[in-house]
Design a protein around this ligand. Structure first.
Ligand SMILES: Nc1ncnc2c1ncn2[C@@H]1O[C@H](COP(=O)(O)OP(=O)(O)OP(=O)(O)O)[C@@H](O)[C@H]1O
Ligand SMILES: [Mg+2]
Length: 248
């Protein structure tokens, strides 16, 4: 079942040297219950694409729809209840980690209060250490703040998670544990679209890979196909380059 459908999506912004194309004729779809990884060189348009899916930005040509309805028809708050975006540098509010985790609930009185069992589940799903819940959130590391923001997003029980480089500040064992948690969420019908520069992580945890470069979606395929491209192809060269160190 299709969650998001994008048809010929373009987004252009004014630049110093004339209009700059951030997204150029992107057509794709994201399937319910799958983990989709957006990969590609820096500046390729990955974050720009995630932002469109949450209506933080709008396309200037083409269409984006969620659950069969054009995003322009979705009331933004209703959409964001179903589609949660966790940016690479999440906003952290004054107060404890627990205050931050529960912050969004005040806008949704229909959501049942979070009891201790649900709090433990949220910490487990986001790999946020429960012993840090009483710590001032501003004192947490970037990696801890990212996982706290993920727990905060999961509080609202969204249908889709949009994650911008969720493992970028994590050591390998923690990033792998997060990958297993995200896969578990997908098995419970969550749709995930995330950006990653860590191709080993993508290989271990993604279902589908979308390769973006210079605003264009150059390739979309199952994860195994992505990693079977030969060294002479553009994808193969990208994979080899990432092993030597991320491109900039
Ligand atoms: N609001 C904006 N105004 C002007 N240029 C922008 C804007 N947002 C993004 N860009 C430019 O669009 C291009 C794509 O940016 P984007 O953040 O989507 O790349 P990315 O693939 O996420 O890169 P990275 O892997 O480094 O995070 C970049 O050249 C960026 O400088
Ligand atoms: Mg980005």
């Amino acid at each position: 079942m299709t969650a998001f459908e994008l048809q010929h999506v373009c987004r252009t912004v004014p630049g110093d040297e004339g209009p700059q194309s951030l997204l150029d004729d992107v057509t794709t779809h994201f399937e319910k219950g799958l983990l989709h990884a957006l990969v590609g060189p820096s500046g390729g348009g990955k974050t720009s694409l995630l932002r469109l899916l949450n209506r933080l930005d709008a396309p200037d040509a083409g269409t984006v729809s969620y659950a069969g309805l054009d995003l322009g028809c979705w009331e933004p708050r209703r959409l964001r209840r179903k589609v949660a975006f966790v940016p690479q540098q999440p906003h952290i509010f004054p107060g404890t980690a627990r205050d931050n985790l529960l912050f969004g609930l005040r806008f949704h009185p229909d959501i049942a209060p979070i009891d201790n069992q649900r709090l433990s589940e949220l910490c487990a799903s986001s790999q946020f250490p429960p012993d840090l819940l009483s710590k001032p959130a501003e004192k947490l590391s970037i990696g801890q703040q990212q996982r706290l923001a993920l727990a905060r997003a999961l509080c609202l029980d969204p249908e889709v998670l949009l994650l911008d480089e969720p493992g970028s500040a994590l050591d390998r064992p923690t990033a792998e544990a997060l990958g297993r948690s995200l896969r578990h969420l997908c098995r419970r019908a969550m749709t995930i679209v995330l950006v990653s520069h860590d191709l080993e992580w993508v290989r271990n945890h993604a279902d589908r890979v979308l390769f973006m470069e210079a605003g264009k979606l150059k390739l979309q395929c199952p994860v195994a196909s992505f990693f079977s491209y030969g060294a002479e192809s553009r994808v193969g060269r990208f994979i080899a380059g990432q092993k030597e160190g991320p491109e900039s």
